[in-house]
Design a protein around this ligand. Sequence first.
Ligand SMILES: Nc1nc2c(ncn2[C@@H]2O[C@H](COP(=O)(O)OP(=O)(O)OP(=O)(O)O)[C@@H](O)[C@H]2O)c(=O)[nH]1
Ligand SMILES: [Zn+2]
Length: 360
Amino acid sequence: MHKINMKNAGLSEQFIQEAALYKELYVGRIVSQYKNVYKVITEYGELTAEISGKFRYKVKDLSQYPAVGDFVMLDKTNDRSGNAIIHAVLTRKSIFERKAAGTANDVQVIAVNIDTVFICMALNQDFNVRRVERYLSIAWDSGAIPVIVLTKSDISKDISANIAQLDSVAIGVDVLVTNSRSEKGHQAVEPYIDSGKTVAFVGSSGVGKSTLINRILGADLLYTKETRNDDKGRHTTTRRELIVLPDRGALIDTPGMRELGIESASVSKSFADIDKLAENCRFHDCSHEKEPNCAVLKAIQNGVILSERLVSYQKLKKEAKYEGLNSKQIETEKMNAMFGKMGGMKNVRKMIKEKNKRKR
Ligand SMILES: Nc1nc2c(ncn2[C@@H]2O[C@H](COP(=O)(O)OP(=O)(O)OP(=O)(O)O)[C@@H](O)[C@H]2O)c(=O)[nH]1
Ligand SMILES: [Zn+2]
């Protein structure tokens, strides 16, 4: 095993102090996970580990289990399986999580202890300001600093127009332009990658996260996605891995996240400007739709904010409202809202039935 500089890999003074409370144990950082087995780096090198039975018994919910990026306390002795034993997880400084697909309540921890989240978005027909907004609200909630990374500038039709679209949603957020087809196309992200720091790459599948990471790694390492020899093919969807760069900190590649859950607390953060304006509305429960003396509508009239921004704000708020319901209930709620004008779901079902009858 070759030694690893754990300070470069993100082990800050704060973690060192907390780790010192565990006398007999030593510290490691979770690099990846496969089922119950974790790949962990320590100053002595890389090893595999499992959580202790006691730990498993103690934790109340899944989000407390070790996740990629966690600093954990390990036993010096391996168990019979040859794995080290994880006894504790050190206090996380940031948590990037989303609602698990298909459920309203379960959160899925994507990665933790991140300093910078690169929200990656391709400059092609997939470019979507609303999606950036969703990622931004989750990123602000995580405790890490978001940075928008636009990819594939080589195939963009109008970069400045795309960037202008982001102006209103990405207040105070750096926007970088990259191109992995050119040798120096990744330079804009370099300043964020530094010893002791951890950056994570998030964004839809296919936007070029892995390609960009390969560019950053350059000659240091050639990173290729895990491939499987069995008939399941590449399992890019479950990929989540921390890579340590010599002298340049750590980076985490994440799989494309198709369904992003939105939590209500996060709504207000990325729409802080609208909330601020809303304080000046005449009615404290103003919906900013047609109320008199609505400060938000006035700001739109005056060109201070874009009307589309209010629309997506209201959309997000509505989605956050479903918090606590299961996916089936949300579906019903959405259908009811959608078909409310037609007299509710019952009527809609009747209409569909009748339509089908006529077809036959
Ligand atoms: N034209 C162009 N194509 C790119 C660029 N970067 C990546 N691609 C291509 O886009 C495709 C997807 O790239 P990946 O790096 O696998 O995308 P990803 O975001 O890691 O996707 P997932 O692994 O599914 O999350 C590949 O065919 C790349 O060759 C770029 O800067 N310009
Ligand atoms: Zn208002």
